[in-house]
Design a binder for this molecule. Structure first.
Ligand SMILES: [Zn+2]
Length: 480
């Protein structure tokens, strides 16, 4: 039975049912990382919210086709990767230096997602693999009169698109017609024509194009990859609230300018994260990556839970106290699971207030799904689980649940774990951990990070896991 789900749509500013374009299937595009540094927990909050979104649709009975791009050419990547190269470096050397930096941080990023039990996307395109598609898209916009060339760069003419500003709800009066901006990131008070293709500057890697050597702007990357891999109509496009303007506004301009019809039905954005009530900043000493927290002994799944137990559209105040509360909440669910996995003890006789556990279970399931269906209301969904735990623990103390009742409760825990990925069956827990480490090792090898690959192999060995590298390049494993 497929559950209908509603989400807040930034376009309309209303919670609206998601009606799939193709029956039973959701196409989902999420803006991926710009791979020049470690992701911080603010970035990871967005990826964890998107994982929750994807898993909720899957658990509700939909097939999800998910595309997440890897931005591996962009202003900051070029700044950081080219700093040590001599002025006379060849274009090939410049590309190699950029690739070395982005391969390294792509592998690290995928490893972090694995540690957090984030499901991998079906498509994980790198921007540099889609340069011809980007050039074709810019050409199509030129043909439609929505792009113009100036000094080897190509700009989008925002005055040419009536719906420009629809996502960020911009006041069209305030737009500066004719002015243009070259930077990928800018503020909404300087709404101007934006760059699609940037003419090469000295010291930058470049590609040949009909406009001379250059490189894509950041915004065109997502439009080109999204349309190429998910098609001309997409159910859901998502990112952090900081991407609404200019990035997503400009994606709409590019894609809809080319297609001539609506591209994405639902735009869904996750809120910021604060740390102990303050904006996260390196200068304040409250800037954390996943690795920083793991080094302090934080369980990554407790971090996952701490983030996902807050509603995605509320600013999250991350704190170490909150992490401890998350650890305790998880302990409670896991202890209950263990109790239900046991045989149960003979009860102390009839209990006057006893209710049929299956009735309570049914109430909990309904409460869980109506909360998740209402814009992913995780605090309420989790409250339904904790109410069930209190009720059934009390009941089990008096009259032990039968084997079949326990089985039904465990099935519900599996159903909810498919969404939260935090209270698996213990055997499944080990399996998930091992699979995560194997995936991380594969990513490390792909990124030629041999030291990391060896470290992961040793970690698996210490867990008593024997790896079997197969001829086809995949890896199997067994317990020693
Ligand atoms: Zn994007």
């Amino acid at each position: 039975m497929r559950q209908s789900l509603s989400l807040f749509n930034t376009l309309t500013r209303r919670v609206e049912p998601v009606v799939p374009i193709a029956e039973g299937e959701i196409s989902l595009y999420t803006c991926g990382p710009t791979v020049y540094n470690f992701a911080h927990i603010g970035n990871l909050r967005t990826f964890l919210f998107q994982d929750l979104l994807k898993r909720t649709f899957q658990a509700a009975g939909y097939r999800v086709r998910h595309c997440m791009n890897i931005t591996d050419v962009e202003d900051k990547i070029i700044r950081d990767s080219q700093a040590d190269l001599p002025a006379v470096a060849s274009n090939q050397d410049r590309h190699s230096a950029m690739k070395a930096l982005t391969d390294r941080f792509t592998a690290i990023f995928l490893e972090d997602l694995g540690t957090l039990q984030v499901l991998q996307a079906d498509y994980l395109p790198k921007a540099t693999d889609y340069i011809p598609e980007m050039i074709r898209l810019v050409q199509a916009l030129e043909v439609k009169g929505l792009a113009y060339v100036r000094d080897g760069s190509v700009y989008y003419r925002i005055a040419g698109l009536p719906q420009y500003g629809c996502l960020a709800h911009l006041d069209r009066e305030g737009m500066q017609a004719g002015a243009s901006v070259d930077a990928d990131e800018y503020e909404r008070d300087s709404v101007t024509d934006f760059v699609l293709w940037k003419a090469a500057k000295p010291g930058e890697p470049s590609w040949d194009s009909p406009w001379g050597p250059g490189r894509p702007g950041w915004h065109i990357e997502c439009s080109a990859m999204g349309m190429e891999l998910l098609g001309p109509r997409v159910d859901i496009h998502s990112g952090g609230v900081d991407l609404i303007f200019p990035h997503h506004e400009n994606e709409i301009a590019q894609s809809e300018g080319c297609l001539g019809h609506r591209w994405v039905n639902h735009w869904v954005h996750g809120e910021f994260l604060m740390v102990e009530g303050q904006k996260m900043a390196k200068s304040l000493g409250n800037f954390f990556t996943l690795r920083d927290l793991v080094a302090r002994g934080v369980d990554p799944i407790a971090l996952r839970y701490a983030i996902q137990s807050n509603h995605y559209r509320k600013v999250l105040n991350f704190s170490f106290e909150g992490l401890r509360a998350a650890e305790n909440a998880l302990k409670r669910i896991r202890a209950f699971r263990k109790r239900m996995e046991g045989q149960g003890q003979a009860g102390g006789g009839p209990w006057a207030e006893a209710l049929d556990p299956l009735v309570r279970l049914d109430q909990a399931r309904q409460a869980f799904w109506s909360a998740m269906a209402d814009d992913l209301n995780t605090p309420e969904a989790l409250a339904a689980i904790f109410t069930l735990i209190s009720d059934l623990n009390a009941q089990d103390d008096h009259v032990a649940l039968t084997h079949s009742e326990r089985g039904s409760v465990l099935a519900f825990l599996d159903e909810t774990d498919a969404v939260f990925a935090a209270w698996p069956h213990e055997a499944a827990n080990l399996e998930a951990e091992v699979e995560g480490l194997i995936e991380a090792r594969r990513a490390a090898k792909a990124g030629k990070n041999w030291a990391e690959a060896d470290r992961l192999r040793d970690q698996l060995k210490a867990m008593g896991i024997i790896l079997e590298d197969r001829k086809d390049g995949s890896s199997g494993w067994r317990k020693a």
